[in-house]
Design a protein. Structure first.
Length: 444
């Protein structure tokens, strides 16, 4: 447990770079614009000094602890930092007793619990009466879903704010600031290419702590020049990150070249090429969820009814990426990529929607046929809504000759199944349905 005054400053130049550069005010805080931007909820709570107990939920390195400390300074509160590992019931009760005494004196106590989901039920319950009475303002930080990990009674008394990973632009801003701020690396002259800063930002994947620690390590291992400056070269950064600098702009041309290569390799049923391009993307720092979303699209666009299981595999891979993250989810994506590569291919769904979309955009006013409108009121029924509707389940064949398209599109066919994989059975079934309806038209 650590108790800090309002004026505690971390100025030890031997401390990690992320600690030395910890923002002391909102002006220095980077990220979380959806919460801290002008007019946003948390910013308004701070500006009006109406802070209540809250939970910060987000991945590591996005500023949960920093934001809690800034709030404590802004609200002139005593700040108590609890550790879920070392703090027991006795320590909690001692702090709560002091907080209650301070409240009587008009002083507020802010209790910050990092990784609050690691506290057991008894530890969490120990906070509850003091949160209810307002003796403390509790700020919990967690990387886990608070709905599952925090007692419902305590959670109901806290506002939950979701913190997002920092963007690459925000991380680049942070890294450049670290190079100039005297609390950071500003006392030294450091030469590092902008593309290497960009590489660090991509490698950090939204984690400010990882970005700063990587920069710090690269600078410490940089080459000292005759004039005393430090040169950070690509080889040093590769050693620090444990990967080659394959990194690229996720919005640039190479990004689109690689996803195109992956897509077309799977379409060409070439699993070796597909896995290679997958590895190129992931090792370059690509967001695995972006790749997973593309696989979900591919499963319907290029496989479709030829193997409907493909969509389930792709969606499962997307969920696995959420659960595991990198690097563990690389094999989940490989599983999906190989499955999609080897599956029979059909673009019938893609073509069907394209043709239907064209007609929909040019024939926006086509009326829904009366027989398939829902006549739920007397007025609708008097206007013949639902008149002539045929209930397929009442027929022996479970089929009718009822028309469901507008009259102007009556004989239009959008979906044309192919003879690939499971779609051959679908094609056979659709041919039977169309033959049934043709025979009914002839007999009529």
């Amino acid at each position: 447990m650590e108790q800090l005054s309002l004026f505690t400053q971390e100025t030890d130049l031997n401390a990690p770079l992320a600690s030395r550069l910890r923002p002391q005010s909102l002006d220095d805080y980077i990220g979380q614009e959806h919460l801290m931007g002008k007019g946003k909820m948390l910013r308004q709570m701070l500006d009006t000094d109406k802070i209540s107990s809250m939970i910060f939920w987000g991945p590591p390195g996005v500023g949960k602890t920093t934001l809690a400390r800034i709030i404590a300074n802004m609200t002139h509160s005593s700040f108590v930092d609890f550790s879920a590992v070392t703090s027991g019931i006795k320590e909690i009760k001692d702090v709560m007793k002091q907080a209650e005494n301070d409240r009587m004196m008009g002083l507020r106590t802010m209790v910050f619990v990092d990784e609050i989901h690691r506290f057991n039920k008894a530890q969490q319950d120990a906070f509850l009466p003091y949160v209810e009475k307002g003796s403390i303002i509790l700020i919990g930080a967690t990387t886990e879903n608070p709905s599952f990990e925090i007692n419902s009674a305590l959670l109901s008394r806290c506002k939950v704010f979701v913190l997002q990973p920092l963007t690459e632009a925000e991380l680049l801003k942070l890294l450049r600031h670290a190079l100039t701020d005297r609390r950071g690396l500003g006392n030294s002259t450091i030469h590092i290419e902008d593309r290497l800063l960009h590489a660090i930002a991509v490698f950090a994947n939204g984690d400010a702590r990882t970005a700063l620690n990587t920069l710090d390590m690269a600078v410490l291992n940089g080459a000292i020049q005759p004039d005393g400056s430090i040169l950070v070269q690509e080889e040093v950064l590769e050693q620090c990150t444990g990967r080659k600098m394959l990194l690229y702009d996720r919005n640039g041309e190479e990004h689109y070249n690689l996803i195109s290569a992956l897509h077309k390799s799977m379409r060409n049923s070439d699993p070796d090429a597909a896995v290679y391009w997958l590895a190129r993307m992931l090792e370059a720092g690509e967001d695995p969820l972006y790749v997973a979303r593309r696989l979900v699209r591919f499963a319907s666009e290029d496989i479709g009814m030829a193997d409907s299981q493909a969509l389930q595999v792709a969606v499962a891979a997307y969920q696995a990426c959420h659960f595991n993250g990198m690097p563990e989810c690389d094999v989940n994506l490989t599983h999906a990529v190989v499955y999609l590569s080897m599956a029979p291919k059909s673009n019938s769904l893609y073509v069907a929607y394209g043709k239907a979309r064209e007609d929909a955009r040019t024939m926006l006013a086509e009326p829904v046929p009366l027989q398939i409108r829902n006549g739920v009121t007397e007025l609708m029924q008097s206007l013949h809504y639902g008149e002539g509707y045929q209930y397929a389940h009442d027929t022996e064949e479970k089929l009718t000759d009822m028309t469901c398209l507008p009259d102007s599109l009556k004989d239009k066919s959008y979906y044309l199944p192919q003879d690939q994989g499971q779609e051959s059975a679908v094609k056979k079934r659709l041919d039977q349905i169309k033959e049934f309806r043709r025979s009914r038209d002839i007999s009529d």
